[in-house]
Design a binder for this molecule. Structure first.
Ligand SMILES: [Fe+2]
Ligand SMILES: [Fe+2]
Length: 311
């Protein structure tokens, strides 16, 4: 049997906290998250067909007929991918009737992200209770962060839809393995964007962001998604890193806040827009209150469309 030091060695430093917690020695906490990753990988293996499609699409000389054959063997996956491709968020590809057409119009990398998104959401189609709230929140965050990314035209914003969709999958996994009981938390606490990870860290020694990122690495979800997910509750680390990761994490965090707000009401609020614009994340990416105001309807509509596709 693997020792806790061996298990801790499986954890990539870049997907860890980067801050020492005196209540939870690092090695012990890393061993716990590694054991949980192993448990989740057994319980929730990434769907086989989707994994074969992702592998094929990541090859330089991928074969379109092979992708078509694989897609035909999983009609539910193919239909979800096509609904995404034909959604307003990917407007340039509207009218695609097959996934191979989508590959030609959108490119292999983007289709790979949509296949990963659809396959992950299918894994949680049977979510119940609080799980439905988290799954809807992930779908809403994906739609909103895609709109923010398109508006900002940041390098690396292509990856944001999938990062948004997967950012809180760690919570769904912790529910699945019954490691953390969210059902007894108040609805107000459940809907606070930057709160639950502290409770998880206090109880488990790690949080849903670190768990989700490590599971995604095991599922072979391509970079930079695991990194963005791992750091969505460690923004200072992402900002210090430089490159695309700082703005990616900032936009994801902003979308996270907006998604919880929209779960309550779609009424725009100048005060809310000001709060977001003046937050550390808003300042980091230079998002103004009037930018948010301009994008509001677009975000509301995109959220409704994506939630319908994944609901
Ligand atoms: Fe989160
Ligand atoms: Fe979230």
């Amino acid at each position: 049997m693997a020792s806790s030091t061996d298990l801790a060695d499986n954890i990539d430093e870049a997907l860890w906290f980067g801050i020492a917690d005196p209540d939870h020695p690092d090695e012990e906490a890393k061993a716990s998250v590694a054991a949980e990753v192993a448990r989740v990988s057994g319980l929730k293996p990434f769907p086989v067909v989707a994994s074969k499609i992702l592998r094929e699409l990541s090859r330089d000389s991928f074969s379109i007929p092979r992708i078509s054959n694989l897609m035909e063997s999983d009609p539910a996956l193919a239909s979800m991918v096509l609904r995404l491709v034909n959604s307003a968020l990917y407007g340039t590809a509207k009218g695609c009737t097959s996934v191979d057409q989508a590959v030609i119009r959108l490119g292999a990398r983007r289709v790979r992200e949509l296949v990963a998104a659809a396959a992950t959401m299918q894994m949680f189609h049977d979510a119940r209770g609080v799980g439905i709230i988290f799954r809807d929140h992930c779908a809403a965050t994906a739609a909103i962060v895609r709109v923010l990314g398109q508006h900002h035209e940041l390098p690396g914003s292509d990856a944001l839809f999938l990062a948004g969709l997967l950012h809180d999958v760690g919570k769904l996994l912790l529910m699945e393995t019954r490691e953390f009981d969210y059902a007894n938390l108040s609805p107000q606490l459940l809907a606070r964007p930057d709160a639950l990870h502290t409770l998880e860290r206090a109880q488990l020694g790690y949080d849903h962001a670190v768990l989700g990122a490590n599971v995604m690495q095991a599922w072979k979800i391509p970079d930079p998604i695991p990194q963005i997910v791992a750091w969505h509750h460690q923004p200072m680390r992402a900002y210090a890193e430089g490159g695309d990761i700082g703005p990616q994490v900032a936009l994801l965090r902003i979308a996270d806040h907006i998604a919880w707000y929209l779960a309550h009401t779609t009424m725009p609020s100048l005060r809310f827009n000001d709060t977001i614009a003046s937050s550390a994340d808003g300042s980091w990416v230079g998002l103004s209150a009037s930018d948010i105001e301009r994008m509001w309807v677009w975000m509301v509509e995109a959220r409704a469309e994506v939630m319908q596709i994944f609901g």
